[in-house]
Design a protein around this ligand. Structure first.
Ligand code: DON
Length: 313
């Protein structure tokens, strides 16, 4: 393809990603979930989709990654749609300033997690999503349908090896659940909540699908390409606010400082960000910084906002 045929967006993405390739070897792959430790650590990908449907991609953008905590965005959106705003009685809306899997605040704050994106908060959201649904499998497949619908792609699946690997090692998340059960902030049996939570984290998507799935958040809750209303305008604004303040755990301030866009990360090395009224972007690079966020992925987003001047601040 000749240079003249390349879009400005693609050129901006290429320049941004090329400028940070030396960062790919920095950081450590998550190994506390054994199946995630198997993923080659030098992978890198990025994908953009704009609200007008223009796309750009770089690297392994069609290769699936384990979305892990990015799933917390989908479960929050879906659960608020299913159960309404009473969910906020059970989970707060403040940055935690603690590690994503920390238990320390839970005791002082009587079993009410600081926000829906730390593990304790996400487990409460999953519990609420389950509600009185009999089968955990039905709950998981409803969530998968929600995600497939967002991404407009029915090929998205759950990686059962990753789900099993996390479920077998879910001691910390089990502890968080039992702790919250003691404070009566978990309705379902701990095993049910962990089963669904480990499945949601093991959803496998590529960067193109991830960016597409977040596009409704760049367009006031309406998918700009199908015109389908996913959430209300107010809810979209609030989901973006949660991502801005809590999407990167105890590095949320640093991410806002460097990137300045609402985003959600996962220990699989993926990050999805929203540029309101413009686009959604996903990046992937498995090596993580000390806070559990993709090192090179963050660097790529920082370079991209410098190139494009995208910023909500
Ligand atoms: O609960 C866990 O530990 C993982 N399934 C998800 C954690 C995660 O992705 C945190 N992200 N940066």
């Amino acid at each position: 393809m000749g240079f003249l045929l390349m879009s400005l967006l693609q050129a901006q993405l290429d320049r941004s990603c090329q400028s940070i390739q030396h960062e790919i070897g920095v950081g450590k792959v998550a190994d506390y979930i054994p199946a995630l430790a198997q993923v080659p650590s030098d992978k890198f990908a990025a994908a953009i989709i704009t609200v007008t449907g223009e796309t750009a991609s770089f690297g392994a953008a069609k290769e699936a990654l384990s979305i892990q905590s990015i799933s917390k965005l989908f479960t929050l959106a879906s659960t608020l749609n299913l159960r309404g705003t009473k969910l906020w009685d059970r989970v707060g809306r403040e940055p935690s300033g603690n590690a994503f899997n920390s238990i320390v605040q839970l005791e002082m704050e009587c079993g009410i997690p600081r926000n829906p994106f730390i593990n304790a908060g996400a487990l409460v959201v999953t519990d609420a999503m389950l509600g009185d649904q009999q089968s955990t499998q039905d709950c998981t497949s409803d969530l998968l349908s929600f995600v497939r619908d967002l991404a407009q792609d029915n090929s998205i699946v759950i990686d059962e090896d990753v789900a099993r690997s996390e479920r077998d090692a879910a001691f910390r998340n089990a502890s968080l659940c039992y702790f919250m059960k003691n404070f009566k902030n978990l309705e379902r049996p701990v095993d049910d909540v962990l089963d669904v939570y480990c499945q949601q984290c093991a959803i496998s998507m590529n960067c193109k699908q991830l960016a597409r799935s977040a596009l409704f958040l760049a367009n006031n809750g309406i998918d700009p390409l199908t015109h389908k209303k996913i959430v209300s305008e107010e809810r979209a604004r609030r989901l973006n606010a949660m991502m801005m303040l809590c999407g990167h755990y105890d590095a949320s301030g640093d991410f806002a400082f460097r990137v300045g866009l609402p985003g959600k990360s996962g220990v699989g090395g993926g990050i999805v960000v929203v540029v309101p009224d413009v686009a959604a972007v996903a990046v992937w690079s498995p090596r993580l910084n000390a806070n559990g966020n993709s090192h090179a992925g963050t660097a790529a987003l920082e370079a991209l906002v410098r190139e494009t001047q995208w910023n909500v601040l």
